[in-house]
Every structure is written in C-alpha cells, then in structure tokens.
Design a protein around this ligand. Structure first.
Ligand code: URA
Length: 213
C-alpha cells in the first residue's frame, strides 16, 4: 500500500453505517423527521499533525459543504489568523457529520438542535477511523460534544470543557499515544463574551505546542 493510501478516509462506508444506525433507531429517526440527514465531511489536510473536532455541521456548513463555514467558523478563522496555525494545514472534522436539525416554526424550515447522546455513540467509529488515519500529534476538541466523544473513546469519566480547557492530556487511541487539548467552542463566546479571552489564551498555548511538533 502506497503512502497516499494511508490517508484514505472511508467517508462513503461510514456515511452508510451511520445512516443505517440512525434509520434503524425508530425514536431517533422519528425525531429527525422531515429534516433527514445532510452530511458534511471533514476539510483540510489529512497529513496534518493536528486534528480539530467540532460538534456537527449547521445550515451554512451544509450549504458550503465544509465544517466551520458559518459564524462559528468566522470566529475560528479570526483566532487562527492571530496564531501561526493556518487552517489549511490542519484537518477539521465534526463529531456528528450530519446537521442536527429539527423543524422550524414555519413549514419547510429547520433549526439546529442539541445532539442526542445516542448520536455521539453512532458516530464514534467514524471519528476513531479518522484519528487512526490522520495520526495527529495534537487533537483539539471544540466544546463539550467532541470532548464527550473522546471521553467515551477513552472509557473514562465524561470530561467537561470548563474543567479542563487548555490542558494537554495524554491519551491513547488504538495503538497510538497522542495529546488531547480541550477548547471551548468558538460559538460559545457569542453567548458569553467573558469566554473570548479564555479561548484566545488557550489558543496561544496550542500555538506554542504546535511550534514544538
Ligand atoms: N459548529 C461545529 O461544531 N461544527 C461546524 O462545522 C460548524 C459549527
């Protein structure tokens, strides 16, 4: 197998697997209703040392077909521009790869909704596959959803972003040792302005780690 082959993410296989799991869960499939499943795959550099994991795509991400293409993405781009980390040099994915939506107030419209725990479980194999292919030296989680996914993957108590943001945590994924750095979700500062300096300081820590790898 050539080197390029090592970077092949089996998106179509996992899309089918997740679709099958979701559709065969009657309660979940009913809750999803008319919104259906709109998938958005990862973006960025599969050869990167850094993988960044968000929650799930929203309306803008579905429209543009890449993670963090909307408001949260603009905040992310702003902080990346202040660091030595270029977006195109990292691999950016989401815990759940389809939009978490429910029916909006007007017919035919949809709005975002919180993830259901079972959706994290159904999506875990895809995320683990990505991590094993990318072999990142640093895993950055944005918000509580990907941190929960990583906690489940580690078989450890669910970590909370407020308790461990900005810390470097040694973890094992498959046969690989790597470092997890939990970060707040960029959108959290839209609702809580106090988180902006915390987010920026954590990112400067990441910048230092990034410079060392
Ligand atoms: N929020 C996320 O967590 N992921 C996206 O792709 C966009 C917004």
């Amino acid at each position: 197998m050539g080197q390029v082959e090592n970077y092949k993410i089996e998106n179509e296989y996992y899309r089918q697997l997740v679709s099958d799991r979701v559709r065969s869960d009657e309660a979940l499939w009913q809750a999803i209703g008319a919104c259906g499943l709109s998938f958005v795959y990862a973006d960025g550099l599969p050869q990167s040392n850094v993988i960044m994991i968000g929650e799930a795509p929203g309306k803008d991400e579905v429209k543009f077909g890449r993670p963090f293409a909307g408001k949260a993405g603009a905040i992310l781009d702003e902080i990346l521009a202040k660091t030595g980390i270029r977006r195109e040099d990292i691999y950016i994915t989401n815990t759940v790869k389809y939009r978490l939506a429910t029916s909006g107030s007007r017919p035919g419209t949809f709005k975002n909704r919180p993830v259901k725990p079972v959706e994290i479980t159904y999506s875990l194999d895809w995320l683990r596959h990505e991590i094993e292919i990318i072999k990142p030296k640093i895993i950055l989680t944005l918000g509580n959803v990907p941190l929960k996914a990583m906690s489940i993957m580690q078989n450890c108590d669910i970590m909370s972003v407020s308790a461990c943001h900005g810390k470097a945590i040694g973890i094992q994924v498959g046969d690989m040792r790597t470092t997890l750095v939990p970060l707040y979700h960029p959108a959290s500062q839209i609702y809580n302005h106090d988180l902006k300096p915390v987010f920026e300081e954590d990112f400067h820590n990441v910048e230092r780690m990034y410079a060392e790898i």
